[in-house]
Design a protein around this ligand. Structure first.
Ligand code: SF4
Length: 274
């Protein structure tokens, strides 16, 4: 019988080339990394300590659980190749960690790291997740993303060509987007997994300031559900959908305030025929 496997989110102390001036300053206009770091995960703690604390949290309920080290916060390939390798290898030395998931930007995958990841993929479970966010270069400029759609396509194709599972994140709900056109482009990529996020306006971000000055319409739950259903209908069954929605802490969220938990949303999605 298979064993339950849980991702443990890590903040390994990476930064981001879109914040420190290498690609841009100030980051993507919607970004506030506070929204995706659980309490046990802080860069002052080593990768090992974060994993052990995460394990202790989950093992209370499932003592036989196995774990994936999820390098999530910021850009987890942004450092010297040696430094990145040392962090991934540290994670894999922790008992019951059976694989690694690495989140990064499409413009941040040097060939030398890809060589290492190709080998790593032979000996453990590996997914490389790229923040694609949009297929529209106009949107990518508007959100100060610092890379183009073509860079996303190239990174995904380069990584998949090495036999590595590739995931992508996209955000639905930017103004002036054509989401179904985007879905058709996403469908053509050699992706293993896809995460859909609704646009969330997070307090304290540049996007929040723009939104407060000139609010634009945000979708209702029903409109978003319809959008997700239509979007997913464009995707081939080989792409595994890992999420339909994200939930930032209520106190940080300016809009939309749907007040739904992930599982409630998933139940609603089922009602919508997915
Ligand atoms: S969303 Fe990611 S790429 Fe953009 S500024 Fe934040 S950490 Fe950097």
């Amino acid at each position: 019988m298979g064993t339950k496997t849980q991702k443990i989110t890590l903040n390994a102390g990476f930064t981001c080339p879109n914040r420190d001036g290498t690609v841009g300053w100030g980051g993507c206009t919607y970004c506030n990394n506070q929204t995706f770091n659980p309490q046990y995960c802080a860069p002052t703690k080593s990768v090992t300590q974060q994993l052990e604390e995460g394990k202790a949290f989950f093992a209370r309920k499932y003592p036989d659980m196995k774990y994936l080290a999820y390098f999530q916060a910021y850009t987890n390939t942004y450092g010297t190749v040696e430094h990145c390798i040392s962090l991934y290898e540290e994670a894999l030395r922790v008992d019951d960690v059976v694989g690694v998931v690495i989140a990064t930007r499409p413009d941040c995958m040097p060939e030398a790291l890809l060589d290492y990841l190709t080998q790593l993929n032979q000996r453990t479970f590996l997914v490389v997740e790229y923040g694609v966010e949009s297929a529209s270069d106009d949107t990518l400029r508007w959100i100060n993303r610092g890379h183009t759609w073509q860079q996303s396509v190239e990174a995904i194709e380069r990584t998949a060509a090495r036999g590595i599972r590739v995931g992508a994140h996209v955000i639905l709900g930017f103004p002036h987007e054509r989401p179904l056109e985007q879905a058709r482009l996403i469908a053509q990529l050699p992706l293993t997994t896809l995460k859909l996020h609704q646009l969330q306006i997070i307090k304290g971000t540049r996007m929040a300031r723009a939104y407060v000055e000139h609010p634009w319409p945000m979708p209702t739950v029903e409109e978003y559900l319809q959008l997700v259903r239509d979007y997913v209908s464009q995707l081939p069954p080989r792409i595994i959908l890992e999420r339909f929605v994200s939930s930032s802490p209520k106190e940080l969220l300016l809009a939309p305030s749907w007040g739904l938990k992930n599982h409630e949303f998933t139940n609603l999605i089922r009602k919508y025929g997915l």
